[in-house]
Design a binder for this molecule. Structure first.
Ligand code: ATP
Length: 317
């Protein structure tokens, strides 16, 4: 469990995080999202003590990192793996030596480390690349090596800083598949910083949206996308949909299992409408979405009555 309470951090006199409250449960795949400069990476780096903070508390499995130093801090950090956009592999070393690196720092016995490297390479499906150097690998393969290295010390948390941002969509999918497998099979909590909404929808169960160093909203991915807060609209560039002339705009939510919602609305009310925004998305294993409809002002009372009578989830835009 990662519990962040009222966290404040500045660089010099510039506040970059303030009043941050986030709770990440064991087994979560948690997304930290927000536009560039929102403070996502800084918050992620606070979790493993790569950045310090001035106020608030940050507890990882009950331990306050700011209370640790020296060997205790090193031991604590070894329980948190991290991967990066640029992979950060040692270019002159082989795949084997790269994965060995953290174990070497902790004086693992050669046989023990050797067995662990083979086990990790099976997990990331790269056994045939054991003697390759990073320059001989594709981007996706490099990230697999980085993941294996991050897992070498058996962490219970994996931090991912824009880990798929440099990869093409198919490779991104395969890395996300690997992260899901690691989360499910090894029970590792994963925290993902990303600006890619498709990444969030594909793997995260919970997210927090940051803007200018502040937490705007947090909760389940599906709820946040279906509730369409202003913070999400801002992130998606959907703020301020233009209201035109005599039209009234409203948004209907389509939860899983409500696939006939639009056609029922059309057939029952007979109202002519335009779909001006929205669509369906896959959230892990279910499909849901929102539609923003525009109807003539004169038809809105009828539409509203239908929506309320049928218990449809909706809101005026
Ligand atoms: N070491 C540093 N020294 C001074 N300012 C910094 C430092 N690291 C980050 N910042 C500033 O802190 C703010 C938050 O940066 P951060 O990298 O956490 O944002 P981000 O949301 O991860 O953005 P991006 O998606 O562009 O990486 C930015 O204004 C950035 O310029």
């Amino acid at each position: 469990m990662i519990e962040i309470n009222n966290l404040y951090k500045s660089f010099g006199d510039k506040p970059v995080l303030s009043g941050i409250n986030v709770s990440i449960r064991d087994g979560d795949i948690f997304g930290l999202v927000g536009i560039s400069g929102a403070g996502k990476s800084t918050l992620l780096r606070c979790v493993n003590g790569l950045e310090s903070y001035e106020q608030g508390t940050l507890l990882v499995n009950g331990t306050d990192i700011s209370s640790l130093s020296g060997a205790e801090l090193r031991k604590f950090r070894s329980g948190i793996g991290m991967i990066f956009q640029q992979f950060s592999l040692l270019e002159r070393k082989t795949v084997y030596e790269n994965i060995m690196f953290p174990m070497k720092c902790f004086n693992y016995k050669k046989e023990e480390a050797d067995a662990r490297i083979h086990e990790l390479l099976r997990l990331v499906e790269l056994t045939d690349k054991i003697h390759s150097r990073p320059s001989q690998l594709s981007g996706g393969q490099k990230q697999r090596v980085a993941i294996a290295r991050a897992l070498a010390m058996n962490p219970n948390i994996l931090l991912c800083d824009e880990a798929t941002s440099a990869l093409d969509p198919n490779i991104t999918k395969s890395i996300l598949g690997l992260l899901k497998k690691i989360n499910k099979e090894l029970g590792i909590t994963i925290v993902i910083v990303t600006h890619q909404m498709e990444v969030v929808k594909e793997v995260c169960n919970n997210i927090a949206i940051l803007s200018k160093g502040e937490l705007k909203v947090s909760g389940s991915v599906q709820d946040i996308f279906l509730n369409r807060s202003e913070a999400l609209n801002e992130l998606l560039g959907a703020s301020g949909i233009v209201k035109q002339g005599d039209k009234v705009l409203f948004e209907m939510v389509q939860r899983p299992g409500q696939a006939d919602q639009l056609s029922r609305f059309a057939l029952t009310t007979g109202i002519q409408f335009e779909v001006v925004w929205g669509g369906l998305d896959r959230y892990a294993d279910s499909i849901a979405g929102t539609f923003t409809l525009a109807v003539d002002k004169g038809d809105f009372a009828k539409a509203e009555a239908y929506l309320d009578e049928t218990g449809t989830e909706w809101r005026k835009v």
